[in-house]
Write a protein that binds this ligand. Structure first.
Ligand SMILES: *[C@@H]1O[C@H](CO)[C@@H](O)[C@H](O)[C@H]1NC(C)=O
Length: 189
């Protein structure tokens, strides 16, 4: 059973819970696009490595034809929202494919973070994608979750894992003892 019938069975609250956000839609689209790039790689070629094949392959690699093939595979035909999003964003995706891919090879960053502004890079949060406390590499010192991490929402505050507390989740709660602590790492046991 797919997600939608289940949601219908469980009522409106569950339906709201599984409805994709713009953010998850964008992530999903990028994932499908990357899969499309893999699927169309070397398509239509026998792998004979003739000079002719090499030349046609490099032509196809960045071609509009390949883009169209990738776009066609992005949505199930019944997925209305997905098809609408692709239709709306076709020009963006085409611009990236034909011109911008070289300087901005990360489609997620270019499309979801910079162009549509529905996501933030990992380790950043909020409308302006500010760095999470403790830095983007190890938000909340690796001991908690940064509110809004990867989204345009949240306030960046740390929800610490069990045993930790403090703005950066560096301190130990009562009953836990500090096994290790330096400027960036803290282990409470
Ligand atoms: C802090 O401790 C961690 C874990 O042992 C270690 O990897 C890191 O290099 C240490 N950092 C500093 C600044 O000493």
């Amino acid at each position: 059973m797919g997600l939608l019938p289940l949601a219908l069975l469980l009522g409106p609250a569950a339906a709201a819970a599984v409805k994709p956000t713009p953010r998850s839609r964008c992530r999903g689209l990028v994932k499908k696009f990357k899969q499309g790039m893999v699927d169309t790689e070397k398509k239509n070629f026998g792998g004979g490595n003739t000079a002719w094949e090499e030349k046609s392959l490099s032509k196809y690699e960045f071609s509009e034809i390949r883009l169209v093939e990738i776009l066609e595979g992005l949505c199930e035909s019944s997925d209305f929202e997905c098809n609408r999003m692709v239709e709306e964003q076709e020009e963006h995706l085409e611009a990236w494919w034909l011109r911008l891919k070289k300087q901005s090879p990360d489609l997620f960053e270019w499309f979801c973070v910079e162009t549509l502004k529905v996501c933030c890079s990992p380790g950043t949060f909020g409308p302006d994608c500010l760095a999470c406390p403790g830095g983007t590499q190890r938000p909340c010192s690796g001991n908690g979750l940064c509110s809004g991490d990867g989204s345009r929402q949240g306030d960046g505050s740390c929800q610490c894992h069990m045993g930790y507390r403090g703005a950066l989740c560096m301190d130990c709660v009562d009953g836990y003892f500090s096994a290790l602590r330096n400027d960036t790492h803290s282990v409470c046991t």
